[in-house]
Design a protein around this ligand. Structure first.
Ligand SMILES: O=C(O)c1ccccc1N[C@@H]1O[C@H](COP(=O)(O)O)[C@@H](O)[C@H]1O
Length: 232
């Protein structure tokens, strides 16, 4: 069901056999470390200068290298050039890139040919058509479905998740857009074809880029009861 990604990353490199959890928009050392202790599977860093979560001025590359390899580091880019993405991947030791703009299938293929693993994001509105996703199926490792809104990401609003009940492809995807603690119960029972993980961002913040670790812990405890969330 999940051919490319799980072949690339053995299951043992991911903490949970259930829904994978990505926490995105991390910026500061202490906060990164505290979130790491929760047992997050993917951690996202935003390399988009117009975002309030832009990471370049605050991120310590050496600190990032100390994260356990079980936490996959995702660089989030918006309409960035291939050479810049490649440079950031090398510089920060990123495991995957999340392309959150209007990147073409050709650019995804180019990055993939360079050995880079790709999460391609799509903005979902009421009129969403999976036909726009199909050309990306052969060149991306994961998809991410976010809510269409005024900003290209980080809008903090949800979309109708049942639109994904019609998902016709085999590429696994992350559910994103305004996920909050209040969704815990719904997420526990959510069954959608291809759903691989969830992406937590602005609804778990004290300030842009500063995650509320207590609130995140509550969600982890609800989604992963009985797991040791402070094992790092
Ligand atoms: O968070 C941002 O500032 C951001 C900016 C540009 C592109 C993506 C961004 N974040 C991504 O947006 C989604 C949804 O976030 P939210 O839960 O609605 O706040 C998430 O995938 C982030 O990775």
């Amino acid at each position: 069901m999940f051919p490319t990604p799980l072949a690339t990353y053995p299951l043992s490199s991911v903490n949970s056999p259930g829904l994978r959890i990505k926490v995105c928009g991390m910026r500061s050392d202490n906060n990164i470390w505290e979130v790491a202790k929760l047992g997050v599977d993917f951690m996202g860093f935003i390399f988009y200068a117009k975002s309030p979560r832009y990471v370049v001025p605050t991120l310590d590359v050496k600190m990032l290298a100390k994260l356990p390899p079980s936490i996959l580091k995702v660089g989030v880019f918006v309409n960035e050039t291939t050479p810049v993405i490649q440079q950031r991947v090398q510089e920060y030791g990123l495991d995957l890139v999340q392309l959150h703009g209007h990147e073409s299938p050709a650019q995804c293929a180019e990055l993939r040919a360079a050995g880079i693993l790709i999460i391609k994001a799509f903005s979902v509105g009421a009129d969403f058509d999976f036909a726009q996703v199909t050309p990306y199926a052969d060149c991306c490792n994961y998809f991410l479905f976010d809510t269409k809104g005024p900003a290209l990401g980080g809008n903090g609003t949800t979309f109708d998740w049942q639109l994904l009940a019609e998902y016709p492809l085999s590429v696994p995807y992350f559910l994103a857009g305004g996920l909050d603690l209040a969704h815990a119960q719904e997420l526990q029972t959510l069954r959608l074809p291809g759903l691989f993980g969830i992406d937590l961002n602005s609804r778990f913040e004290l300030a842009p880029g500063e995650k509320d670790v207590g609130k995140l812990r509550q969600l982890f405890q609800k989604l992963r009861p009985g797991s040791n969330i402070s094992s790092v």
